[in-house]
Design a binder for this molecule. Structure first.
Ligand SMILES: Cc1ncc(COP(=O)(O)O)c(C=O)c1O
Ligand SMILES: [Zn+2]
Length: 386
């Protein structure tokens, strides 16, 4: 395959890609490097036409060595839908929704877990563990079942019920904690050695980003190799943001796209907006949010291990970070649903009030090509609408 090595996103140290690994010794996330010249010899824009309609169509830039370890439930290649009616309401002629809610397990977390659990299996993991705001847990449970590996999941006890039930029904062992995702993460960190768990926390292993980056490849392909001007992304741990940015870089190095980059916009909830606050303060790391709260469970990430990478991307892309209230994001679910027929997750819907603000401030123009990421399916959040 085309992987050359892993490298640290902070200190740059290189690591062997053929063994199970979490963070760099310096405590920061590891990324996957490829021989892109070699990848590009068989992965061409033209070759994609006949390939499978899942993220595995980008096989040469995915890290798996042996196809027998590939786990798939049909993740990726989600629709990029033109939002004509919603766009008209906002005065935008080119508004699109990338609908990640149609992925297996109802969210974009399936992408990251499909690749991460395939790799964990290939590299010999015996037991898998994750702290989760909800959807990552559902995705881990599903792919662990497919792999025939046990999954140990720690979630806050007020996680949406659908997430808890789906994990149980796909055979995972679920523990509910009176605390936040960061507290769940601490428990796993403390126990993993004794239990023999491989920790698949966001950005604490190198391969979930590789699955998530395929959103960037798909956008380019679906836009006929011209990236949009603006991407709004509901941000928790930030794997999708970091992954898409990596994909853009890889595609440019393979000669598929030019240097133009979308302005990347992080959207967070006011009750948990560490990246928005850090961006506004000119800081290079997220501020810690001790009393994090929002109904958009996936945005309740008070401290992200990849915060410094996200902040760098937002600035390099000429983007920004916006927070919205829970009332705004819940109202936006119905606005999107009634205009476009998409029952969005509250996280994805949060992009709409953020977009309205950016339009009012002149940060997004009427002729910009804008993409909203609906990262999950509203059906998983029924209690948020009672
Ligand atoms: C529906 C949904 N949207 C967005 C996010 C945030 O994603 P990321 O961690 O990639 O920033 C999550 C995370 O749990 C989620 O479940
Ligand atoms: Zn390092």
């Amino acid at each position: 395959m085309n992987v050359t090595h892993l490298y640290c996103s902070s200190c740059g140290k290189e690591h062997d890609a053929r063994k199970l690994i979490n963070l760099c010794e310096c405590g920061k996330p590891l990324m996957v490097a490829y021989d892109l010249e070699r990848a590009a010899s068989t992965l061409t824009r033209e070759a994609l036409a006949g390939r499978v309609a899942s993220l595995w169509r980008y096989r040469e830039v995915l890290p798996l060595e042996d196809d027998r370890n590939k786990l798939t439930l049909g993740e990726g290649m989600t629709p990029l839908l033109k939002a004509e009616r919603l766009g008209a309401q906002l005065g935008l002629s080119n508004l699109f929704i990338k609908d990640e809610g149609v992925n297996p397990t109802g969210s974009f977390k399936a992408r990251g877990m499909a690749v991460a659990i395939s790799m964990a299996k290939e590299l010999g993991a015996q037991k898998l563990a994750v702290p989760s705001a909800g959807n990552a847990a559902g995705a881990l449970a599903a792919y662990a079942a497919k792999a025939g590996l046990p999954a140990f999941i720690y979630m806050p006890n007020d996680t949406p019920r659908a997430n808890i039930v789906e994990c149980q029904q796909t055979g995972a062992q679920v523990t509910l904690i009176d605390g936040l995702i960061t507290d769940c993460g601490k428990i796993i960190a403390e126990r993993k050695q004794a239990e023999g768990w491989f920790d698949v926390s966001t950005l604490k292993e190198p391969y979930r980003v590789e699955g998530k980056k395929t959103m960037g490849y798909e956008l380019a392909e679906q836009f006929n190799w011209e990236l949009p001007d603006v991407i709004l992304y509901p941000t928790g741990g930030g794997t999708g943001l970091i992954g898409m940015w990596k994909a853009f870089d890889e595609m440019e190095r393979m000669g598929w796209i030019g240097a133009h980059r979308p302005r990347m916009i992080t959207v967070q909830a006011e009750g948990c907006a560490p990246i928005v606050k850090a961006f506004a303060a000119g800081a290079t790391a997220g501020v810690d949010v001790p009393d994090a709260h929002t109904v958009a469970a996936g945005l309740r990430v008070p401290k992200a291990v990849g915060d410094f990478i996200m902040l760098d991307i937002l600035r390099k892309s000429g983007g920004t970070a916006v927070s919205v209230t829970d009332d705004e994001l819940i109202a936006a679910v119905k606005e999107i649903g009634s205009a476009e027929g998409i029952f969005a997750a509250p996280e994805g819907a949060a992009c709409l009030p953020a977009l309205k603000r950016l339009l009012a401030d002149g940060d997004v123009r009427m002729d910009d090509r804008v993409v909203i990421f609906n990262t999950g399916c509203g059906l998983k959040y029924l209690e948020a609408f009672s």
